[in-house]
Ligand binder design. Structure first.
Ligand code: NAD
Ligand code: 6OD
Length: 484
């Protein structure tokens, strides 16, 4: 049986406690994972703390960047191993993992290695009463040991999205991957050792959240900052933990993202884009669309075409080239999604397609499969139109005016992302400006330039990462004032 371990101070560390890892697509037990307790979390934070004052922080920025380029190159050299780790952890189609999740692992290190080399510092010359004057300039310094708490959807992409900037800024890190997806983080330890990242700079503790590795890490007094991706409820608990010690948090949290489809849009593009935004990764993308508003003249056409496209999407095993969709991450998450499928019917939805469990071949019957599902006919107050479900499903509603759709799209506690489909330039700008979300895509979805600010409004997040915005979180800015 494969064993997945912690990675502390450059070494793989086992523990006396193990938990099982099953694949989501056939329910097979594939590994046992060594769960970190307080002792391992302490050891990881201690190693990170020592490394902070060792060679890592003394490296010139350009030399640190060179090491991070080497990390990216080694990820690319081990590309197939990361693909294997991600498909057995997450169960998504191999082509999706190869083209979306794993390449971003390398890019996340490369881009931030570039960003930190190109940050201008502020400089102010000032007058003083004695006429001699003074010069002010700013220096950026690492924050310290950063705790990185990760979710299970797109595990490698989301973990490295935090590690890239944290390490590029000279911090040391302790990562806690989701208990559902432990493999890529463990594998990354081999990459770090191979390219010569100093011991203790990158550490991994495996395990769960509350009263376990996650909480031990976020409450650890030597952790200087916490960066988190996951559910809003968990983010709020982490914020409370961070208040003890007044430590900064960067929180990327849940969403209930709207798509707005105007009748003037390119309908082929809107359908293809919505198929991706609603069903990619089996709907387990925080930026994904779960509420769709379609201008009334285009409503029937949009519903019919989306239904036809969805019904062509066959769920299947990750390595099946015909697979259009993978499973949900776990049976527990499937129960949650299916409870919403049932709620939709109880609330009076018209089930346009799906709504249940697909018939799968015997070899895949142990997986957490659900049908891709479309509903219409519900008011915006219905649970499936308000709550984040995080599954392959959406509700489609008609609208009549621009003002109305902006109000309805904004009438939700979350504010992560929105996709607008229109061919009218002025309308695109108007609606994008009025939408309460951290990210708005026009005639596209999940098109990412890593230099841009990324994060959520309202209950979808606190703070922005990406490009120089990441530096605001991962560095302390210090002013030096020199009297002349
Ligand atoms: P989750 O909040 O359940 O878990 C995330 C991580 O937090 C896991 O590693 C978990 O073990 C840990 N954790 C849980 N309780 C903790 C505690 N009390 N203290 C410390 N750590 C704790 O989220 P998930 O189910 O893994 O991921 C899905 C959620 O993540 C969805 O809500 C999705 O929208 C959100 N998400 C948001 C973004 C974004 O960029 N905004 C990106 C991806 C996922
Ligand atoms: O692209 C990114 O940087 C990012 N954080 C994506 C988040 C996807 C959510 O599932």
């Amino acid at each position: 049986m494969k064993e997945i371990l912690n990675f502390i101070n450059g070494e793989y560390v086992s523990t006396g406690n193990w938990f099982d890892k099953f694949t989501p697509y056939d329910g097979r037990l594939i590994a046992r994972v060594a769960e970190a307790g307080r002792a391992e979390v302490d050891a990881a934070v201690r190693a990170a703390r020592e490394a902070l004052h060792g060679p890592w922080s003394k490296l010139a920025v350009a030399d640190r960047s060179e090491l991070l380029y080497a990390v990216a190159d080694e990820i690319n050299r081990r590309f197939d191993d990361f693909v294997e780790a991600e498909i057995t952890d997450m169960g998504q189609p191999e082509h999706f993992v190869r083209h979306v999740d794993v390449p971003r692992g390398a890019a996340n290190f490369k881009v931030f290695a570039d960003v930190v080399k190109n940050v201008p510092n502020e400089f102010f010359e000032m007058a003083t009463p004695d006429g001699r004057g003074a010069l002010n300039y700013s220096l950026r310094r690492p924050v310290g040991v950063v705790a990185v708490i990760c979710p299970w959807n797109l595990p490698f992409l989301l973990m490295t999205w935090k590690l890239g900037p944290a390490m590029a800024c000279g911090n040391t890190v302790v990562v806690k991957p989701s208990e559902e997806t432990p493999q890529a983080a463990a594998l990354l330890g081999e990459v770090m050792n191979k390219v010569g990242i100093p011991k203790g700079v990158f550490n991994v503790v495996q395990g769960f959240g509350p009263d376990a590795a996650g909480e031990f890490l976020t409450t650890h007094p030597q952790v200087a900052a916490i960066t988190f991706t996951g559910e809003t409820r968990t983010g709020a608990a982490i914020m409370k933990a961070a208040a003890d010690g007044a430590r900064p948090v960067s929180l990327e949290m849940g969403g209930k993202n709207a798509a707005i489809v105007f009748a003037d849009c390119d309908m082929d593009e809107a359908i293809a884009g919505t198929i991706r935004s609603t069903f990619a990764n089996c709907g387990q993308v925080c930026l994904g669309t779960e509420r769709i508003y379609v201008e009334r003249p285009a409503f029937e056409e949009f519903v019919t075409r989306l239904k036809n496209a969805v019904e062509k999407m066959k769920p299947g095993a990750p390595t099946d080239p015909e697979s259009g969709m993978g499973p949900l991450i776990s049976q527990e998450h499937r129960n949650k999604v299916l409870s919403y499928y049932q709620k939709a019917v109880e609330e009076g939805a018209t089930v346009v397609t799906g709504g249940g469990i697909p018939e799968m071949p015997d070899a895949l019957k142990g997986g957490s499969w659900v049908q891709p599902t479309i509903w219409t006919g519900l008011p915006d107050t219905a649970a499936v139109v308000r709550d984040e479900i995080f599954g392959p499903c959406c509700h489609i509603a008609p609208f009549d005016t621009e003002e109305e759709v902006i109000r309805r799209a904004n009438d939700n506690p979350y504010g992560l992302a929105c996709a607008i489909w229109t061919s009218k330039l002025q309308r695109a700008h108007r609606v994008a400006a009025a939408i309460e979300a951290g990210i708005v895509w026009v005639n596209s979805w999940f098109l990412r330039d890593l230099r841009t600010p990324f994060g959520g409004a309202k209950q979808s997040g606190i703070g922005r990462e990406g490009g120089v915005h990441s530096l605001e979180f991962y560095t302390e800015l210090k002013n030096v004032c020199i009297k002349l």
